[in-house]
Design a protein around this ligand. Structure first.
Ligand SMILES: C[S@@+](CC[C@H](N)C(=O)[O-])C[C@H]1O[C@@H](n2cnc3c(N)ncnc32)[C@H](O)[C@@H]1O
Length: 230
């Protein structure tokens, strides 16, 4: 009977955290839609596909996650981390960062690797550029931003890269195409400019493209190879 009670309490505790997390996500989506970009966190299938670049080598890597939110992808990265990896978690939003830290305090993979995890609260544009990353997993909703900011962030990601850095990021399937048709002129022009910018970059850097249908809104994940300019 004691075992059943313990399992029940554990189940309720997990459920409470999940509900709190969903609530924070929805509230931040409503109050900061431009930077949050979605109503729900990424699914486990999206998290798996976004972290594919981590698994291309067995040697230790420097990993950067940009826009961790409530940690849907962070927990997958922590699960896959190997000895010697160093992991930086960058998140702009103070409430997301607080929720994430609370969640990770209960996470066994985090407990195992926490000496090698660094939290940075603030925009990726302000990250120090002293040591390059091997893998960057970025969830910034680029289609919500101005072209100037998108260019600024990609330039920054370039400066955070080494000789062979893999960057994964995503966009909602069809979002640019839909907006190019139904949006007002100014918004449409912004979408077209971002479309052009990402296509040009893809021309030089695309490694792979994958669609994940099992997500609240299906997403297309791009993997780019970035090289820090000499
Ligand atoms: C679409 S949510 C993704 C959250 C989470 N990675 C997931 O997949 O569920 C985008 C996240 O990027 C963060 N973000 C937006 N702009 C950022 C920036 N310039 N620097 C760091 N984080 C940023 C937002 O606060 C938000 O948590």
């Amino acid at each position: 009977l004691v075992g059943v009670k313990d399992n029940l309490f554990e189940g309720l505790r997990v459920m409470k955290h999940l509900l709190q997390e969903r609530f924070v996500y929805l509230r931040e989506c409503l109050t900061h839609f431009t930077t949050t970009g979605s109503v729900l966190p990424s699914s486990q299938w999206a998290a798996h596909a976004l972290t594919n670049p981590l698994r291309r080598t067995a040697r230790p890597q420097r990993i950067l996650e940009v826009g961790a939110g409530t940690g849907a992808v962070t927990t997958k990265i922590l699960k896959d981390m190997i000895d010697g990896d160093e992991f930086t978690i960058c998140e702009l939003n103070r409430r997301f960062m607080r929720t994430l830290r609370e969640k990770l305090a209960l996470n066994q993979d985090f407990q195992r690797h926490k000496a090698h995890v660094t939290f940075v609260e603030g925009p990726v544009q302000e990250l120090p550029e002293d040591e390059p990353y091997d893998v960057i997993i970025c969830a910034i909703p680029f289609n919500n931003l101005s072209l100037a900011v998108v260019e600024e962030i990609f330039a920054k990601l370039g400066r955070l890269s080494g000789k062979d850095t893999h960057l994964s990021f995503f966009e909602y399937v069809g979002i640019r195409e839909i907006n190019k048709v139904v949006s007002l002129k100014e918004r449409r022009q912004r979408f077209e400019a971002i479309d052009m910018f990402i296509k040009n970059l893809a021309h030089q850097c695309l490694v792979s493209e994958e669609t994940v249908w099992l997500n609240f809104t299906p997403i297309k994940i791009y993997t780019f190879q970035l090289r820090r300019a000499a």
